[in-house]
Ligand binder design. Structure first.
Ligand code: BES
Ligand code: MN
Ligand code: ZN
Length: 540
């Protein structure tokens, strides 16, 4: 799918040759003097159309419009939220037969956030999973033009939104792939593919290296499977040499059966999504490679399968983590924290400015927050605030949860330094308390994305979250570095200039052209029908 941004008035958008013209309309849209605005005013007055977000009026063969099909779409107040809802409501129009080129026109003054919202919603509508279909439904839509009256904020916001959706599509694609098409080794190859982007390098550690590092907790989870584990290390160096990196750690359980503490059969297929944290790390690096912000980022992924077998770890087994702390594995289904604890210990060697792990960690988090907001746990208020505001900006929100000392009391064990589970109460918090024992004094945050990484039911599929949150957090770190920290000012040519500023230049020269896809990136294609979810609630 090719997205392009054009500065166009409503009248000019009406002259664009295309198969479908979508006209996003607010009450203010009726005030213009062009033919479309007059039409909107007429339809509103006649009561045939309302501007509430997602309301529609289809039209055909209008004399003043180049496109055969025209769809008036209510955009509510024109806010980012309403625009996202409006574009999501017309998802099926993008897939109508015979629509190869569409123009999405803002018939009102709009700025970056609303444009970004439209890009996100359109990309959502256009993603199609095809890898394991013998006769995939190929999309007819090839090009989508976003047309809006000129505003300085549009080009930079468009560039960032495009990088965000490319990252989200990569995360979505890998998360959607069945576990036999997304093994730990395949994830490692995907990471290697990302190292083709400028500023990115990649190192893959196999079982021998992981054993040498002493990652006994990670190895214990992997030991039940014939698929060898992979510990993936990605580096993006866009900031000053030696500047402390942001470190992100993704849970990469490519299938979580529960192990000997076997899960029930119902919906167990969805445990292919248990590498959603890892997928978001890959997606983040895709976007970083595209935007080249002046920040240093390390990405770590602990990837393995959690299966029962004669070699599997057993309830009651005690293992020694890389930190030296011993863990009694009381429940082999609480495996995410076991692979993460060793990755968090490893992360300390980078002396992180901040350490953020992302994991589909607990069913309890789904109960607490549903599918709207990811759970956020943080030892540092400034980091928590930065992640919350990044989530709000990216329309990928999270909600802060507590970390009181008392929540950790249930983790005690008679046979090791700690057990890997506490009681049923506050399960997402006790899981976070377990992780906290492995981060020392580092400024740390944990995102529990169990509810937000994918949707269940008829619309089953990955959401690509929280790539948007992570990307916007990284971009905010860049602005801070460029403004305040002298250490980052004299880095590569890119440093000192924010991604947004560079993006505005880039967007002028290469509007709408996405960079060459890496071998691991699967092209986004036309959409699957928007349906409701059953067991997991709807996405934000
Ligand atoms: N991957 C699951 C968490 C999960 C479950 C995410 C359902 C999304 C939907 C995790 O490994 C797990 O099994 N956690 C257990 C922990 C328990 C044994 C303490 C859980 O949440 O039930
Ligand atoms: Mn589990
Ligand atoms: Zn799991």
């Amino acid at each position: 799918m090719n997205f392009e941004l054009k500065s166009l008035t409503t009248a000019a958008a009406a002259r664009e040759k295309c198969d479908l013209l979508l006209v996003l309309t607010t009450a203010a849209s009726a005030q213009g003097s062009d033919a479309l605005s007059a039409l909107v005013a007429h339809a509103l007055k006649a009561g045939d159309f309302e501007t509430g977000a997602g309301k529609q009026l289809p039209m055909y063969n209008l004399p003043a419009v180049a496109a055969r099909r025209v769809l008036l779409v209510g955009a509510g107040s024109g806010s980012a939220r309403d625009v996202r809802q409006a574009v999501a409501a017309v998802a099926s129009a993008f897939k109508a037969p015979g629509v190869a080129k569409a123009v999405l026109c803002f018939a009102f003054e709009t700025q970056g956030p609303a444009l970004a919202a439209a890009v996100l919603a359109a990309s959502d509508a256009c993603y199609t999973y095809t890898l394991t279909k013998s006769k995939p439904q190929l999309p007819t839509l090839q090009k989508l033009v976003f047309a809006a009256p000129a505003h300085a904020s549009l080009a930079p916001a468009f560039k960032i939104a495009q990088a965000q959706v490319h990252g989200m599509d990569l995360a979505r694609e890998w998360a959607n792939r069945p576990a036999n098409h997304a093994t730990p080794s395949m994830l490692a190859e995907a990471a290697r593919g990302l190292a083709k982007l400028p500023g990115i390098s990649c190192k893959i550690h196999g079982p021998a290296e992981v054993a040498k590092l002493g990652m006994g907790a990670f190895m214990a989870v992997a030991q039940g499977s014939a698929q060898p584990l992979r510990f993936i290390e990605l580096h993006y160096n866009g900031g000053a040499k030696g500047a402390a990196p942001q470190v992100v750690v993704g849970k990469g359980i490519t299938f979580d059966s529960g192990g000997i503490s076997l899960k029930p059969a119902a919906d167990m297929d969805e445990m292919k999504y248990d590498m959603g944290g890892a997928a978001s790390v890959l997606g983040l690096f895709q976007a970083l490679g595209e935007l080249q912000p002046a920040v240093n980022v390390v990405g770590l992924i602990a990837a393995c399968e959690n299966l029962p077998s004669s070699t599997a770890v057993k309830p009651g087994d005690v293992v020694t983590s890389m930190s030296g702390q011993t863990v009694e594995i009381l429940n082999t289904d609480a495996e995410g924290r076991l692979v993460l604890c060793d990755a968090l210990t490893y992360a300390a060697r980078f002396k992180p400015a901040a350490l953020i792990d992302i994991a589909t960690l607990t069913g309890a988090c789904v109960i607490a927050l549903g599918g709207l907001r990811s759970g956020l746990f943080a030892t540092d208020d400034a980091l928590a605030t930065a992640l919350q505001s990044a989530g709000d900006t990216a329309q990928d929100p999270c909600w802060r949860m507590p970390l009181d000392e008392e929540y950790g009391e249930g983790l005690k064990s008679n046979f090791a330094d700690m057990g890997n589970v506490a009681g049923r109460a506050a399960g997402s918090v006790t899981a976070a308390k377990f992780l906290q024992r492995f981060v020392g004094d580092t400024s740390w945050a944990h995102l529990d994305i169990a509810g937000t990484a994918w949707k269940s039911g008829a619309a089953k599929g990955s959401t690509g979250r929280p790539v948007g949150l992570l990307l916007h957090y990284m971009l905010a770190q860049e602005s801070r570095g460029a403004a305040g920290k002298p250490a980052t000012a004299k880095a590569r040519p890119a440093a000192g200039k924010t991604a947004a500023k560079r993006a505005s230049t880039a967007a002028r020269t290469a509007a709408g052209k996405s960079p060459a896809a890496t071998p691991v990136v699967t092209e986004a294609k036309a959409a699957a029908p928007a349906r409701t979810r059953r067991s997991k609630p709807a996405q934000a």
